[in-house]
Design a protein around this ligand. Structure first.
Ligand SMILES: Cc1cc2nc3c(=O)[nH]c(=O)nc-3n(C[C@H](O)[C@H](O)[C@H](O)COP(=O)(O)OP(=O)(O)OC[C@H]3O[C@@H](n4cnc5c(N)ncnc54)[C@H](O)[C@@H]3O)c2cc1C
Length: 324
């Protein structure tokens, strides 16, 4: 059955966010002849709409009002509802971002629907939309169908392929209402302490855990990431290591940390608790380095090295340097 899919877009520095391009790719695959619309709010909305057409959108609903630049759910919610009505949407896709986590359940409630959060697979099966998301802290995958007329879905970053850009593609544009009164305000914003490549964007993530024994162990983990190349690899951490103050909480991977889906995830001195795996199970390949051959992490790893990281990492670093 044809679906009219609405993507709630996001922008980074006034340009279309990579996650929005991924959502447009997913929307194009599940629309089955329906429309692919995108809602864009804030400075740069019109320019991002033009970009969105090249990534598969057929309709753009925009408001360039700068008040929307800061996400406030009580202002974004009416705009998103107006977009659903204008696009006659049957499916709403939002990134599993701060925006999606907040807006998704609210939109679902307002529309008498339910929200499937943090989905990694979207597929039309026999004319019905099926979505898959992690359950039980990432230990299982659950597949859902919607019983309601509208499906609200938040989607994990990097699980969907963006379409190749079609230069010169255009679509219909219409205006969304400007923002109403806000009942909340953002009093200050602090940039995350982490610099350089972010773990969510890195194709390679090297993470350290409590098995490093002390914060100094992270110097070796950082050296391994540097040997892969600082433009490709970033350093993550288990919660245990963050809680011990060995590494900044901004780098925590897991259920209560960041979710990463790199091509390669190297887990050093990490046991593989389900709450950690919830943040890295989307990696294309996991390499585990652990001195306990019974460690749970080896069940998820494509390659495993049983040994003391203090011996294994210098050898790996040397081998990478030779190979580069
Ligand atoms: C509600 C909730 C949410 C949570 N959220 C998260 C989360 O987001 N992220 C997260 O990571 N955890 C989370 N946790 C904690 C999680 O349950 C684990 O406690 C944590 O992941 C363990 O971290 P670890 O693997 O670094 O430490 P450990 O479990 O202590 O494992 C250390 C590992 O290092 C190995 N090791 C020791 N010495 C060496 C050596 N010299 N060389 C090589 N290997 C060595 C050991 O064999 C062991 O396997 C959460 C827990 C709860 C209850």
């Amino acid at each position: 059955m044809a679906q009219n899919v609405l993507v709630i877009g996001e922008m980074v520095g006034g340009a279309l966010a990579p996650t929005s391009k991924e959502l447009l790719g997913a929307a194009s695959r599940i629309a089955e002849g329906g429309t692919v619309a995108i809602a864009l709010l804030g400075t740069g909305a019109q320019a991002s709409a033009a970009e969105a057409f090249t990534f598969g959108a057929t309709q753009a609903l925009t408001s360039g009002d700068a008040t929307y630049d800061v996400f406030r759910s009580d202002q974004w919610l009416p705009a998103a509802e107006a977009a659903i009505a204008q696009a006659s949407a049957t499916v709403v896709l939002i990134a599993q971002s701060m925006v999606g986590r907040d807006l998704g359940p609210r939109l679902a409630f307002r529309n008498g629907s339910s929200a499937a959060m943090d989905c990694s697979r979207l597929e039309m099966v026999g004319g019905k939309l099926q979505v898959t998301r992690p359950a039980y802290g990432g230990n299982a995958l659950a597949t859902y169908e919607f019983a309601s007329a509208l499906a609200v879905i938040t989607v994990r970053a990097k699980t969907q392929e963006a379409l190749d850009a079609t230069a010169g593609a255009t679509g219909a544009t219409s205006e969304l209402p400007g923002p109403g009164e806000a009942r909340t305000d953002v009093v200050s914003r602090e940039a995350s302490a982490s610099e350089g490549l972010q773990i969510q964007d890195a194709p390679i993530v090297v993470s350290g855990g409590r098995g490093l024994g002390d914060p100094e162990g992270f110097r070796l983990v950082e050296a391994l990431a540097a040997a892969f190349g600082s433009e490709r690899a970033a350093v993550g951490s288990s919660r245990a290591a963050c809680d011990l103050g060995w590494y900044p909480p901004s780098q925590q991977v897991g259920l209560t940390g960041k979710v990463v889906s790199p091509d390669l995830y190297v887990a050093v001195g990490i046991s593989g608790a389900s709450q950690h795996m919830a943040g890295c199970s989307g990696a294309k390949a996991i390499v585990a380095i652990n001195k306990d051959r019974e460690a749970n992490i080896f069940k998820s790893a494509k390659f495993g090295i049983v040994g003391d990281y203090k011996l294994v990492l210098p050898a790996l670093i040397e081998a990478l340097k030779q190979a580069r």
